[in-house]
Design a binder for this molecule. Sequence first.
Ligand code: IW7
Ligand code: ZN
Length: 262
Amino acid sequence: ACSSKLLLSRVHPMWQEPLAIPGGDRQSPIDIVVRKSVFDPQLRPLKVQYDPRTCQQIWNNGYSFLVEYDDTTDKSTLKGGPLEDQFRLCQFHFHWGENNAWGSEHSIDRRLYPAELHLVHWNSDKYSLFEEAVIEENGLAVIAVFLKIGKRHEGLQKLVDALPAVRHKDSVVEFTKFDPACLLPEKIDDYWTYAGSLTTPPLTEAVTWIVMKQHVEVSHDQLAVFRSLLFTSAEEQVQRSMVNNFRVQQALKGRTVRSSFT
Ligand SMILES: CCCCCNS(=O)(=O)c1cc(S(N)(=O)=O)ccc1C(=O)O
Ligand SMILES: [Zn+2]
C-alpha cells in the first residue's frame, strides 16, 4: 500500500503549515472559480477499473483514516481524462469538519462541503513504487469527490461500521472486498482538473487533481461516525477528536483549471 508508515512517521502534523514550500507555485487545495475554468474538448472520459479484491485494510494514521489497496500489480487502475499514463490506486481517505458547514479541502465558487473523498493513485507506467512517484511531477493522480448531507449511502455503511476498530491513531484493521467505485458519483465524466500538490506534508507538487462536479450524499449519522475518530493514540492522556483535518486553500498562482464539460 502507498503510505508507508516509516516515511509518514517523520511527517509533521499537517496543520503546522510550513513557512515555505520549495517552488510552492502549484499547491493544493484551491477554490475553483467556475466561470474562470476553461473547457478543454481534448479531455477524455475517465477509465476507472477497481478490483475489490485488492482492498486490504483501514489505517488511522493520525490525520485521516486510509483504506489501503494492494498496489503491487495493475489490478485497480485509473487512466484517461487528463492523464497520459496508467495510474494505480493505492489508498482512499477523507477530510471533514467538526460540523456540516465546512470540511472539504477544495471549494466551488467558495462553496465548501462537509467532507471530501480523495482516491490516491500513482503513475505505474513511469515508476515502480508509490514512494518514487510521490516526489515526481505528475507522479500522482487524485480523484476528489464532495460529500453532501442527505440520504444514507448504502455502500459507505460497510466502511462506517469498521471505523470504531480504528478509533485511535496507528490502529489498523483488516478490511477487504470493498469496491471504491461505489463512492463515485454517477457522472464521472464531468470534472475539473488542475496541477497541484499533496495537501498533507510533504506537500509535494506531484498531483494531477481530478475534482468531480457531481457530489455524493451520505447521512448525517454516517458522517458523525467519522467525527468519532481520534487524532491521538490510545496511550495519550488527552484525546482529540479527528475533525477539521483539511488544509487551508492555497493561491492559484496563475494556474488554469480546465473543465471536461461546458
Ligand atoms: C511518502 C510520504 C507520502 C505522504 C502522502 N501519502 S498519500 O497517501 O499520498 C496522502 C495523500 C493525501 S492528499 N490529501 O490526497 O494529498 C493525504 C494523506 C496522505 C497520507 O498518506 O496520509
Ligand atoms: Zn486528501
